[in-house]
Design a protein around this ligand. Structure first.
Ligand code: AMP
Length: 296
């Protein structure tokens, strides 16, 4: 699955991306994170990006497109990814379309987190306070002044992507003002509706119905030995009948002896058949149950 999370700074893209990573086991590709790592490592890309990022501007398109192209090629991205903070401009979106086309990959959805702008400043201030409390390093661009600039560049350069993806029927808009888990649920529902995720493997309701399924399977397999026993009784009766027939057809001198002997043999045979059938039924069931457990 390949999805894009779209939204202004502070809309919860990063938080949702992390939750989706846990849920679907795919990669989060955040260009902001990659650029911060490059700045920290002092790489040529980092040196280029440092001042721009600190000022709340956008790093040149070719730089971020290059980073994303390389990252998508890594083996761990094969299962899918969530793009967080990329694309941020129309030329980046066009470059991404081209990249995916070349790599024969499909984009499943673009999820826009729509938020009330007046709440964004509050959110970022809360995030900064919490990071300080935990003793974490605070981002240099998480200040009210820089946030205002980042919001301005979102409006002028990133917002046109809403139209871009809506025209291509890829856009799903979700109310980003809801509680974190409600937003996650809404995203999941949307991905289900688009067929981007399997209902059984990922939904919570599927997890809830799993024990019920187990119980049904156990009941079914419990019935099987009973069925086998019934079959055995049937074949025992048939054997008895056959024995009677055989006795009828035998000569008078040996009639009684043959009758007793045949009756005994038939009874024994019937018992053995019954025992075998029960054993076979039980064995089969045990095998099936072991197989099912191994699959799980
Ligand atoms: P973020 O962590 O997504 O808020 O990004 C932090 C900063 O990294 C942004 O303010 C930009 O300066 C830069 N950046 C991240 N992603 C991109 C991108 N796709 N295009 C240009 N600049 C980016």
């Amino acid at each position: 699955m390949r999805i894009i999370l779209l939204g202004p700074p502070g809309s919860g893209k990063g938080t949702q991306a992390q939750l989706l990573v846990q849920r679907y086991g795919i990669l989060q590709l955040s260009t902001g994170e990659m650029l911060r790592a490059a700045v920290a490592a002092g790489t040529p890309v980092g040196l280029k990006a440092k001042e721009i990022m600190a000022g709340g501007g956008l790093v040149p398109d070719d730089v971020v497109v290059g980073i994303i192209s390389d990252r998508i090629d890594q083996p761990d991205a094969r299962n899918g990814f969530i793009l967080d903070g990329f694309p941020r401009t129309v030329p980046q979106a066009e470059a991404l379309d081209e990249l995916l086309k070349q790599k024969h990959l499909k984009l499943d959805a673009v999820i826009e987190l729509r938020v009330n702008e007046s709440a964004l400043l509050n959110r970022v201030e809360t995030r900064v306070a919490q990071m300080r409390e935990r003793g974490e390093e605070v981002r240099v661009d998480d200040t009210p002044e820089v946030l205002t600039k980042r919001l301005a560049s979102y409006r002028s350069q990133t917002e046109p992507l809403i139209h871009y993806y809506s025209e291509r029927r890829k856009l799903s808009t979700i109310d980003g003002m809801m509680a974190i888990d409600e937003v996650t649920r809404a995203i999941h529902r949307q991905l289900l509706a688009l067929g981007a995720v399997e209902p059984k493997t990922h939904s919570r309701s599927a997890a809830k119905t799993a024990p019920a399924k187990k119980a049904r399977a156990a009941k079914k397999s419990a019935k099987k030995p009973a069925k086998a026993a019934k079959k055995a009784v049937k074949s025992a009766k048939a054997a008895k009948k056959a024995a009677k027939k055989a006795v009828k057809g035998s000569k008078p001198a040996t009639k009684t002896a043959t009758k007793t002997a045949t009756k005994k043999t038939a009874k024994k045979a019937a018992k053995t058949t019954a025992r075998k059938a029960v054993k076979k039924g039980a064995k089969k069931t045990a095998k099936k149950v072991t197989k099912k457990r191994a699959k799980r």
